[in-house]
Design a protein. Sequence first.
Length: 329
Amino acid sequence: MVRHIKRRQFVALSGAAGIAGLAGCIGEDAEDEDEDDDNGGSGSGETLSWHAGGTGGTYYPLSNNFKTIVEDNTEYSLQVQSTGASVANVGSLTREEADFAMIQNDIAYFAVNGTGLEDFEGNAMENIRGVATLYPETIHVITQADSGIESVEDLEGATVNTGDAGSGTQVNALQILSSAGIEEGDFDEQTADFATAADQIRDGDVDAAFVVGGWPVGSIDELATTSDISMVEVSGDIREDIKGDAEWFADDTIPSGTYDGVDEDVETVSVQAMIATHDGVDDGVVEAVTEAIFENTGDITQKADFIDVDSAQDGMPIDLHPGADAYFN
């Protein structure tokens, strides 16, 4: 059964933008990153809007990989935009402000079914369609090496950056803290993007930060080269509790050596990154973009070991767009 997260846990998600009007409001503060320049490819036809995530995560550089591939192999151009990521992006898709977007599989399920988060109730975004799943989005819980924080339970009473307000990272962080028995008022919540979270850890402004992304995440990698950091494990009974409360989480491991100074495997959990679109995008456009990406995976430099046509429907939580279905099936 999908767990319904308490509304009070999502104050940051329902602030100035007002998630109660989710389909009309989310993502309006997205920072546009116009990527319209000619990269020498054949993409000279229609320009498609592709919403990614923050520049310090994995969504943004991977989306620019896709931009190059699509423009080299189709008549289309991609305009890649930096956004607040998953939760903002489902709003952009349902309003048809984006043609494609990167989102987490749990947020896709919540949005389409109008469930999971209390503020999604009655706001089902039924026009969103799946294209492909890509790679595990690993939950990183970062702290300074000498913080003394060793488990999720140790975050009670701490100052914690849970991710950008309205992002999938924030949703996941609050889910994990709740499973550990840490509710609103039990910790000081800060909300900021990955790059800011790294600065906050470096400067000691927060005790810990949640970052969700395929390892290695650029902002963490950069932080680890200049500061001594530690990763908080999500393991044992708490990991089982988290998976029991929210079945979209899966076991994951950050391998030793992924980040400077982190010399042992770190047990944690993950969700799945995916490409989504909406039912207003032409079938031929979706098929062409999907085919270009999955026939040219050798040109992908981000998370290349995971992105493959054979696994592109693993964990797909929503209906496929007919254009994607035409390619895969």
